[in-house]
Design a protein. Sequence first.
Length: 525
Amino acid sequence: MRPRLAVLDGAPGAALVFAAALASFAVQSYVWPLYAGRDWQDYVIWWHEVGQAEPLFPALMSTRAPLAPLFFGPLLELGGAALTEAAAAVLYATTVVLWAATARRYGRFAAAALALLLVVPPTYGLFFRQVGSDPVFGFALALVAWLASRAIEAPSGGRFALVGAGVAASVLTRPSALPLLLLVLLPLVAGRGWGRRVRWAGAVVAAAIAPLAAYAVYNHIRFDDFSVARGGGSGIPAYRSFVVDRIVERRNGPATRELAAAIRDDLLRREPYRSLGFEVEDVLTSGLTWVYDDVVALADRTRGWDDDHRILLEVGLEAVRAHPGEYAGGVLTTLGELLFERYSGPPGAGRVGVLRGEGDPPGPVTSAASIALVNNWALTAPEPEFRVVGGTAPRTGVVWSPFEKRDLEWEDPADDRRYEELRGIVLERLEQLSGGPRHPRGDPPLRAMMHLTPGIGYWLAAAALLWLVRRPRGLWVPFLLALASSAVLLETALGFPADRNYAAPFLPVAMLLFLAVAGRILPAR
């Protein structure tokens, strides 16, 4: 008997999908608590510093996009982990409804299948069980897809402007989402007459650029940096060159030699580099994120705030030119991992362990007057002893971690009190968000079910093969979403290592493309 999928139509169908998603999230909540996601400390600090006339960490404030801290900050402050987990459940369920509604344009089969794929395996729900920018971006991406499907169905300038506003929201959550502006091509294939098409495309661009420009003006007024997110020079390709591929060498070029001289004259005179016996080459090739964070702060001290880490961009480009094979190979490897690896699950059971090191802990990292960006380890380590669960320092053999504790010195006692207050807040949030499974027996079966969800690349490949069979038309929304998503992932691979949270928001995009092709080929239901 053919399935009756009409139940998914309209408001009753949306309510059914919403309820099913909440039920799935509740099952996961029985096993897994809400946990601290990627860069979560930065968003907690951002929220508690945004109202300060002179924030302690201006680089953090101007580097992090605003929508994630504006979502999670008040929830954690008002209701802790319990209220935040409830809000995450609503966010997840709403996101699933938006994806199902987008797929409905390509048939009831596509809508039902996409809803099931996002609800039954715990993969996508687990992605929303974290505090960080990633689940907020997942919602923004679903909103863009839904708005785009409505605009293509009944084109108008207003509807395309909403698509542009959705793109702006995505960028204000994750700045690397700027390639989603490729959706400006959508009105060019949606209307009749080039005059109307160009006006609609202009509406997309204007609605996207206006909020981004407004926020850049805000950053310029408050932090003297006209950008949505400061620090582009320290991203692509510098981060990959320093931390991932480790191809930065003095012989690469003049910018690298200039940076090496600054490391020698400044950074190596500070702790813990002096005590650990670091040399310039150790800093350039350590691959440790906390070392690179100090190099970023060094760039601000040596070239000045207005340089916006341009020296690191120059060093990264020199590294790419000197080692093109290693860089290209690393990018392709990362891109393959982003496309084909499955979402692997939540952090392992238990809190981050602390092993006591021998000897005295390292001294202060620097004076507060020259600190621009707070590092995670500077606030979260609850013990004065340094942690020994990370990489090995050169020459000494002492093992250090990004969570290593290094106190900051403050010239103003009021700043010192504010710092300790912030540190206490972060530690309190860490206490709320740490820990392993609530019910460990439920962990293995849920993890096993995650294997039911193939990676993005498999869905895209299957969609391409299926499209070659019948070549259905009218798939501009899923096609352009997939194209823009692939551009975002490529951009990510150019600068950073693979992370499951970089790719997970785009999993529904790949599923949508496959199911849209299948929905156009299969008989109507």
